[in-house]
Design a protein around this ligand. Structure first.
Ligand code: SF4
Length: 141
């Protein structure tokens, strides 16, 4: 399989706080497959570390109430271009992210309140017909 994976799950230090979400379960699962790391927020021009973002009314707003939606759009556009001719079979994505979350995201209040929904990048992948798997749901090998 050819699998796009949130780069932070692979151990890349691209998370908002400058760290990562390295998951041994994900690394075991993708072993032997062709892997394409993706991080739409960094690709879109946001720095690392960066101020955390939540989605509100279809916009990406950081904790300082700055609208960074255009960075999100740019990152999605560039990443989708990169993936366009790759025939991706699956995307494994970091849970709860405003970009990569594919089941739940935070509600925009910065109170750690989760709602059902997708991050903006996950939605774009889904719209393109690419199956999504939440990093938490990856089966143990
Ligand atoms: S945009 Fe996605 S890949 Fe990048 S740090 Fe956030 S969750 Fe990880």
């Amino acid at each position: 399989m050819k699998i796009a994976v949130s780069a932070c799950l692979l151990g890349h230090d691209c998370k908002y706080n400058g760290s990562n979400n390295r998951s041994q379960k994900v690394l075991d699962y993708i072993e032997g497959h062709e892997v394409i790391p993706v991080c739409p927020e960094v690709t879109g021009g946001l720095s690392t570390p960066r101020i955390p973002v939540e989605l509100k009314d279809g916009r990406a707003i950081n904790r300082n109430r700055e609208d960074v939606t255009e960075f999100f759009y740019r990152g999605i556009e560039l990443t989708m271009e990169k993936l366009a001719d790759q025939n991706i079979d699956l995307a494994i994505l970091q849970p709860r992210s405003p970009s990569c979350g594919c089941k739940q995201i935070y509600d925009g209040s910065f109170t750690k309140t989760l709602i059902n929904g997708k991050g903006m990048f996950a939605q774009a992948l889904s719209d393109a017909g690419i199956p999504l798997m939440d990093g938490d749901d990856v089966p143990e090998k």
